[in-house]
Design a protein around this ligand. Structure first.
Ligand code: SF4
Length: 449
């Protein structure tokens, strides 16, 4: 900069910390929104005594939370309420589940540093307030807020969202799954889903494979309905795909791949509920006459029809969506050219890896993995996770090339989010990828099959 300080007197450290806190508070607000909706959906499902697929996952959470109730539905309500109660606390009241969820030495350190978070929603609001015009100018104070928000977002927005999804939607099971544009079957009415809130799709998933819906699809010449996975919600469906084999075609791709998925011409509607529903798909949808429906206003697209998800009205919402999508199929199919890419992706991506399923795969103990690391056969584990980006050479280039380099050096890679969408489409999650690994890691992979 030309001047050492801004016109208000803020220096570069203040300006950078303020912008960083603004981004962190906004991101925290996003994933706290997701866990809030997930907890509400679990609670409402339990109150209506509807299906809860992950009873073992529920028991594990009850043990962590100290819930001793025996009825599954009451347990689910208590679990959801415990999460919600923490989210809604004021910022001056610490959340109680942090200590139960966190690794104890780390919790102790957070306590020493004074960064244990208060109510997660209030913390996000405080972060937004601090970084507004001429408020906080202490970079260290703002960065400590970022750490506090990181704790609440990590434990609630990420970990607990996943664990609550395990309860409601079923636990991941390790299996092979098809990925990439090849999963799109043009014989079906195809709905691409984008977002992060899998629990909003429970009713729609069931209704799409009901005899009535299939009969309606057949009346217009389609074989039925399929959900085509895109972005994180597709990744979550893939993870739990063993419970949804009929309705889910597979995960076609990540954030920026959404444009290519639509360009196949075989998608009849997009149903979105969160990020990353790219504004860039709006023009593609207009051009290819693809219906856009949004079920959570936080991710409203300019040309999408807003049909808000309300739990008590979800059955009507699903019926409305099905009617709209059938209309879209009737209007566009036969007129819009198909540009399928059946060679894209692969049929044998390893998926369904969770802490529980992986430990089970290892024979019920982490010891085999620990031994491999201790002996140096595997040099370590690196997480390549989160959003894929366009930096460093183009979409997915950095994450895919980094993963190749790491496995070449006998380092195991764990991946999630859109990073894994690119990594899996490029074949790095297939058994054949072992050939790209260094000699020790390759031998371990071959031994495991
Ligand atoms: S991983 Fe990142 S880019 Fe992908 S859908 Fe989630 S937030 Fe968006």
């Amino acid at each position: 900069p030309d001047a050492p300080k801004g016109i208000c007197g803020a220096d570069a450290d203040t300006i950078v910390a303020r912008n960083f806190l603004r981004a962190v508070a906004s991101g925290s607000g996003c994933y706290i929104h997701v866990v809030e909706n997930t907890a509400l959906n679990l609670k409402n499902t339990a109150l209506e005594r509807r299906e809860i697929k992950g009873l073992n996952a529920l028991d594990r959470l009850c043990t962590i939370f100290g819930i001793t109730e025996t009825d599954a539905y009451k347990k689910a309500v208590l679990v959801a309420d415990a999460v919600l109660a923490d989210l809604y606390k004021p910022d001056y009241e610490k959340m109680t589940l942090v200590e139960k969820m966190a690794y104890p030495p780390r919790y102790k350190k957070w306590q020493e540093l004074g960064i244990l978070p208060g109510g997660a929603k209030s913390e996000a609001v405080r972060g937004v307030v601090k970084c507004s015009t001429n408020l906080n100018s202490d970079p260290v104070d703002m960065l400590l807020d970022c750490l506090r928000l990181g704790i609440s977002t990590g434990i609630y927005g990420l970990t607990l969202t996943n664990l609550l999804n395990d309860v409601l939607l079923g636990e991941p099971e390790i299996r092979f799954a098809p990925v990439g544009l090849r999963v799109i079957n043009p014989d079906y009415i195809n709905i691409m889903i984008t977002g992060h809130q899998h629990s909003l799709f429970v009713d729609l998933q069931e209704r799409l494979v009901s005899p009535e819906a299939i009969a309606a699809a057949k009346l217009v010449g389609a074989a039925g309905f399929k959900l085509v996975g895109c972005t994180c919600v597709g990744q979550d469906l893939q993870l739990r795909g063993s419970h949804y084999t009929e309705v889910f075609d597979g995960h076609a791709g990540n954030n920026y791949t959404s444009e290519a998925i639509l360009a196949t011409g075989a998608i009849d509607a997009v149903v979105s509920e969160f990020n990353c529903t790219l504004p860039g798909i709006e023009a593609v949808c207009d051009e290819l006459q693809i219906k856009q429906i949004c079920i959570d206003s936080v991710a409203k697209k300019s040309n999408a029809e807003m049909k808000p998800f309300v739990f008590s009205e979800r059955e009507q919402l699903s019926r409305d969506i099905i009617d709209e999508v059938i209309e879209s199929y009737k209007t566009r199919r036969g007129k819009v050219p198909l540009n399928l890419l059946p060679e894209h992706g692969n049929d044998n991506t390893l998926t369904g890896v969770s802490e529980i399923s992986l430990k089970k795969f290892l024979g019920g103990s982490w010891q085999p993995l620990v031994d491999l690391i201790a002996s140096g056969q595997i040099k370590g584990i690196v997480g390549v996770v989160g959003c894929s980006s366009l930096v460093a050479g183009g979409h997915d280039v950095l994450t895919v090339e980094l993963t190749k380099k790491l496995i070449e050096k006998d380092i195991l890679v764990l991946t999630a989010g859109c990073s894994s969408g690119g990594i899996e489409n490029c074949g790095l999650m297939t058994p054949e990828a072992a050939d790209l690994a260094g000699p020790s890691l390759r031998a371990v992979c071959k031994q495991l099959g």
